[in-house]
Design a protein around this ligand. Sequence first.
Ligand code: HEC
Ligand code: HEC
Ligand code: HEC
Ligand code: HEC
Ligand code: HEC
Ligand code: HEC
Ligand code: HEC
Length: 659
Amino acid sequence: MKRPSAALLVFFVAAVFMAFFNLYCSTPQPKEEVKRSVWLNLHDSVKYVGIQTCRGCHADIYNTYIHTGMGSSIDLASREKSAASFSSHDLVYDKHSDFYYKPYWKGDKMMIMEFRLKGADTVHKREEEVKYIVGSGQHTNSHMMEVNGYIYQLPLTWYAQQGKWDLPPGYENGNNTRFSRIIGVECMSCHNALPEFEDGSQNKYKRVPAGIDCERCHGPGELHLLERGAGRGADIRSDTDFTIVNPAKLSWELQVDVCQRCHLQGNAVLKQGKTFFDFKPGMKLNSVLDVFMPKYKGGEKEFIMASHAERLQMSECFLANKPGKHSGGGDRQLTCITCHNPHVSVEVTGKETFNNACRSCHDGGNDCTADINLRKAVNDNCSQCHMPKSGTIDIPHVTVTDHFIRKPAKDTDKKVLKEFLGLSAINNKNPDALTRTEAYLSYFEKFNQDRMFLDSAGSYFLGAGPLMPEQMIIPRIRYYYLKGNYDSLIAAVPGGYLEVATDDWTCYRIGQALQYKGQFRDALEMYNHDAEEWYKKAYLLSPSNLDFKIKYGEIRLENGQTDEAIKLFREVVESNPKYTPALTDLGFALLKKGDVVNANQWYDKALKLDPDYEPALMNKAGLYLSLHDKDKAREMLYRVIKRNPMNRKAKNLLESLND
Ligand code: HEC
Ligand code: HEC
Ligand code: HEC
Ligand code: HEC
Ligand code: HEC
Ligand code: HEC
Ligand code: HEC
């Protein structure tokens, strides 16, 4: 390996130069170590330049790449981008929520309409423009809308393999969240090039790129561009260009990390202080995040869609990498790029490319012990038998390739009783105790509300006093919060913490605990005052988070500061006029001031967006009661109970009205 040319170093300010200088002058390190640290574009000062810049010099690669699933993973909605079919019959009915959904074009705009029928009458209609389409269409097209930069998923997906429209994954069986599922950075950063994100918001973007770009696998390109633009740089056949990462020149572990940054979807736990923007090719993934999956005894057959990396690493072909053990592969470690050229879609890659990879390690195919006639019947397509396609447990109506390479499973293996073994980090053999704890907490919060996950997390805090470093206070408060144990939560907040706290969600959770406690104590005012302080802090830490702002407004309203609350609600409504909680709160605050007319208008706006929104219906019932219009109040309450028979408050109110 050669040092980077002297010319290159001219690009660096002295401090950076010294850092690298030290590195090159230090005593020889093991091969792996050197490789890990020499990539010059991993330095924070090197910027991303975008796919069109790379295209300028690598047009051949660009031209095939742009047609892959990754190259076309997201784009503005257009007829060219959409893989879906549109006909007047396309209609999806969700019987749980009693809504119909219809996709259609209005000129060049793709639209999704939600409506409800009562007999022949349309009693509700909401139309939203599709701003972005997610998914190349190899499997699906999902759809997103945008309100002043806030991005939400729309409740309709095109399933390409079956050629049909249906609710998106996760919206089935009464879980239709309609227009409110936020598209956060975690989601966006796996399905796209890195976006420009409004820090502290949950889903607000300043810029959304069009598809996964070159730099997601090669790292920031600014330095490479400057070097190559000046006609300098290594001959890559005999040498390495250290201004840009070529994954093929990484150790196999780091190679797999490049792909499993995205092809390993699960319960991702960020390291303290890290964000989903921090991983760059050439880094260890577990320096930024660990991805945990539940492990079950006998559960090997089931897998989720984005789990290629996990499945592959369960295979003997991957595990048995010791030199001399291979029948043909030498000490070659199996990674994704043994079989895939990510610049060319699998759709246009011949089966032989994959099978030749198998043969190269398996004595030309002679290792296979199956009946040769059976093999011939399928043209000896190794992957067809050893990597069968099947459905996934998370995304309906799609089939993907099982990357757990093994002897074909027999049908008798199918129904095995599953026993939960624990959460394990796929990309880290030995995650630290704190990360493990966070994994159990977030698994409980996001995936499975079985108390056993909380108990596993809790064992970590037992016996620890309230005075802990902040990095432990945060998960501890989250733990009590998820347990609903607000007394212990409040006891765990160290004195003076309000001034030094840096984590917005922790402040929010403390606020919630205090507010909740206030409801059951005489000292309501005191608790509410404290709650206000914490909500304020959460809001100040992340002003773009609409929920924090609303909570802060709500508590100020409770504490009698109606005008201030109205101001906050108005701000939220301005930044996102389709946010029903803010519309409803604004109505409520105006009603407090006696402004019945405007209050009613805001409630109606909320109900036009969501005819079943309970707070708006309840508030409207209250408004009618204040006007002594019992019939209209009843009508509102009936609407609440029709959708949610469990609403006790509505039931009691209705009973008292009927007396
Ligand atoms: C000004 C022209 C130019 C631009 C712009 C450019 N490259 Fe290159 N790149 C080159 C040349 C020349 C080589 C060496 C090619 C060779 O020797 O065959 C190279 C080599 C590479 C290599 C191989 C490095 C190695 O050591 O194996 C990668 C990877 C690469 N470029 C990626 C990119 C990416 C990603 C972008 C956009 C961020 C980009 N390039 C933009 C000119 C350019
Ligand atoms: C930034 C996230 C990201 C990274 C990094 C990434 N992938 Fe992907 N990959 C995706 C997504 C998302 C899709 C599905 C795109 C779609 O069809 O909409 C995909 C699709 C694919 C496909 C099927 C698409 C096709 O047309 O062939 C292959 C193969 C693939 N990835 C291989 C890899 C390999 C190998 C690596 C590592 C070198 C890698 N990916 C790195 C996110 C990523
Ligand atoms: C860790 C990275 C990761 C995260 C986070 C992630 N996905 Fe994916 N997702 C993928 C990859 C990779 C694939 C493609 C798998 C394939 O092609 O076999 C995929 C596939 C999909 C698909 C199916 C079909 C398709 O066309 O390829 C949908 C729909 C989808 N993702 C939506 C989402 C949404 C919405 C979110 C956020 C709520 C999300 N994903 C979060 C990596 C991720
Ligand atoms: C999903 C990950 C991924 C994306 C996205 C990606 N590459 Fe690559 N690229 C690789 C891998 C892996 C290799 C090594 C391939 C090998 O040698 O087997 C590579 C190799 C290269 C090389 C070295 C020469 C060669 O042909 O092997 C160049 C140049 C390059 N990529 C440019 C680009 C450009 C330009 C783009 C965007 C248009 C791009 N890459 C997008 C993963 C990716
Ligand atoms: C990089 C080398 C390599 C590649 C590529 C590779 N394998 Fe393997 N595979 C191995 C090694 C090593 C083993 C362990 C057994 C051995 O030594 O043969 C193995 C084991 C297996 C087994 C037995 C698994 C078990 O559970 O007993 C099967 C089946 C298999 N491979 C099929 C395939 C198929 C099909 C492909 C292509 C899709 C493939 N392999 C690609 C190296 C490889
Ligand atoms: C031993 C060969 C082999 C290796 C290694 C391998 N794949 Fe694949 N992959 C395949 C085959 C075969 C297909 C199916 C191709 C087809 O449909 O014709 C495939 C398909 C895919 C697809 C398309 C969607 C699907 O599931 O059908 C994605 C995405 C993908 N692979 C990602 C990866 C990633 C990420 C890695 C590394 C973690 C990887 N692959 C490693 C052989 C391999
Ligand atoms: C028609 C389906 C089919 C095809 C095609 C096929 N295999 Fe197999 N393979 C099997 C079955 C079934 C077994 C297990 C047979 C047994 O139980 O001994 C097996 C066993 C194996 C094993 C494990 C042998 C051992 O030591 O236990 C390897 C390795 C393997 N196949 C590799 C390949 C490769 C490489 C190809 C392509 C060149 C291939 N197979 C094509 C069905 C197939």
